[in-house]
Design a protein around this ligand. Sequence first.
Ligand SMILES: Cc1cc2nc3c(=O)[nH]c(=O)nc-3n(C[C@H](O)[C@H](O)[C@H](O)COP(=O)(O)OP(=O)(O)OC[C@H]3O[C@@H](n4cnc5c(N)ncnc54)[C@H](O)[C@@H]3O)c2cc1C
Length: 462
Amino acid sequence: MTPVAPSPTAALAGSVLRPLWLDSPERPEPRPPVGPADDGLVVGLVVVGGGFTGLWTAVRAKERDPDSDVLLLEGDRIAEHATGRNGGFCEASLTHGEANGRERWPEEYDELDRLGLENLDEIESTLARYGIDCGFDRSGVLAVATRPHEVAGLEPEVAGFLDAEAVRRVVDSPTYLAGRVSRDECATLDPARLAWGLARVAERLGVRIAEATPVERVREHHDHVLVTTPHAEIRAGQVVLATNVFRPLLRRLRLSIVPVYDYVLATEPLTPEQIAALRWTDRVGVSDSGNQFHYYRLTPDDRILWGGYDAIYHYGRSVETSHEDRDRTYATLSEHFFETFPQLAGVRFTHRWAGVIDTCTRFCAFYGITRGRRIAYATGFTGLGVGASRFGANVMLDLLTGESTARTRTRMVREKPLPFPPEPLAWAGVQLTRWSLAREDATGRRNLWLRMLDRLGLGFDS
Ligand SMILES: Cc1cc2nc3c(=O)[nH]c(=O)nc-3n(C[C@H](O)[C@H](O)[C@H](O)COP(=O)(O)OP(=O)(O)OC[C@H]3O[C@@H](n4cnc5c(N)ncnc54)[C@H](O)[C@@H]3O)c2cc1C
């Protein structure tokens, strides 16, 4: 008897609202928090935030200066937020793609491209050096066009362009009209295993990590920074803020980013026959070309992770656990999944989850140093921080030591993005932009509003 294909909604019926990557027996027990006995502790460098940005900072700080003493404070659990919830595309790009980088920094784009590839190479060699097993696979990324007006963006005249027939030999979907693979510029990995591995390495190098320790305040005091936590005040020589989308500890950053919710599904593990039906023989990640794009990939245990499309902003820069369960978005994602891969009718989703992205108006991270060179920050990764967070960590350490490096000499590192407006303008602007982007996806035409934002160098992305 042929199994009855469940509807896109029915395919979600047995799924749990939990990030696939964190739903693992490998998840380490939380480290103890900072307690009253730590009050008055003096530390060289305090890193606030235990996602990729904070973890890379801690590891790089010890690699660059083995004598430094480093304390990492995570308010929740290591990798609990964007770091443990993402698609696991570890891209070389530091600029949220080539088009955005070339548009903003045309004269230095080649150097930014070189720095990005160097950063990805160094991530790969770090994993090998410390034996971090996170399923790192540098098969690259396949960009596909699913609407006629998207084909031109894949540059049919440039070598490497794949027409409909050729792209369907790489991954087979009846929706594909064209494609292009970038082999060396992207790896896929299991982000939680990477983060847990980095935490273990940091500790082996001598870093102390405390979880469940939210930093309430940082303020300059004589020749150090007072870092206030619920049970202890710590005296830090220097501080790195790696708090991503969460309420910035520096007032000046409050308008610079907006939180955007991104949603993801994961299927049950596929059989070799199901994967063969997709001709998905290597681990290339896939991304389609619309403004509202999907990203998808095979996981190390042969599931398909399927995310993107809706990017939801909640009024007042609201970040709440309740925003994570959005039936409408999960149903849309499921529907698009089965349109893309009708061969998989009958497959079920086991996990659905959301995470928050730190969107800024230039779509890629910005960096800074303040309070007499004692506090450095990096934020605004806009949905592409798995690889770029390590670059951001290095930039912050460069800034704290005052070193002039190839990184800090770039205009990209020296410049800051324009802030978003306060409410209600932020909400109205984001809604109008989302509506305009969806129309462009449908029609291929950029309306007046988007053209005006282009001229101002502003935008909204995920
Ligand atoms: C659904 C989703 C899919 C994505 N997919 C991709 C992808 O495929 N590829 C890619 O490159 N990027 C992707 N991203 C983006 C990427 O995950 C992030 O850019 C990256 O993980 C950011 O790391 P982070 O350390 O800066 O932030 P986070 O992981 O958010 O870590 C910040 C940490 O700081 C802690 N914190 C905040 N405030 C305080 C405080 N006051 N005191 C103590 N701790 C504090 C938080 O608890 C948190 O753990 C995605 C993001 C999401 C949400």
